[in-house]
Write a protein that binds this ligand. Structure first.
Ligand code: FES
Length: 127
């Protein structure tokens, strides 16, 4: 695992979301009042990229069938049983870095599920 630069703060203003690809994985970045979060860019329903959805406040709505998530926590709002896979993110200066593993192919050992975040600017807001 390694942190890779995926964007800059100039590309992700407060209240915005952004889709990126790193190591073959879709990454969703959100900036909530200066707090940057990163998730896999896949809706828990059928995998549609949430970067194509809508962000209103901290509510992230999928463009396909309107499932809703709390963009601050990744937890499902509708339905509550849904959840996004959160990726570790840190902000260094203007750079946004995400801890991304390359996409695994079938038969390879699975990933235990990385959660959390770190670094300056990664945990502010979302109160
Ligand atoms: S794929 Fe997102 S709600 Fe169906």
């Amino acid at each position: 695992m390694a942190f890779v630069k995926v964007a800059t703060l100039d590309e992700l203003w407060s209240g915005e979301k952004l889709g990126r690809v790193a190591h073959g994985r879709g990454i969703l970045l959100v900036n909530l009042e200066g707090s940057v979060r990163a998730y896999e860019d896949r809706c828990a329903h059928k995998g549609v990229p949430l970067s194509e959805g809508r962000l209103e406040g901290r509510v992230l709505t999928c463009s396909a069938h309107a499932w809703e998530y709390d963009a601050c926590t990744g937890e499902g709002l509708n339905p509550r049983s849904a959840a996004l896979r959160r990726l570790s993110v840190k902000v260094e200066g203007e750079d946004i870095l995400v801890d991304v593993e390359p996409e695994r192919t079938a038969g390879e050992p699975g990933h235990a599920g990385q959660t959390g975040s770190g670094g300056a600017g990664a945990n502010r807001g979302c109160s």
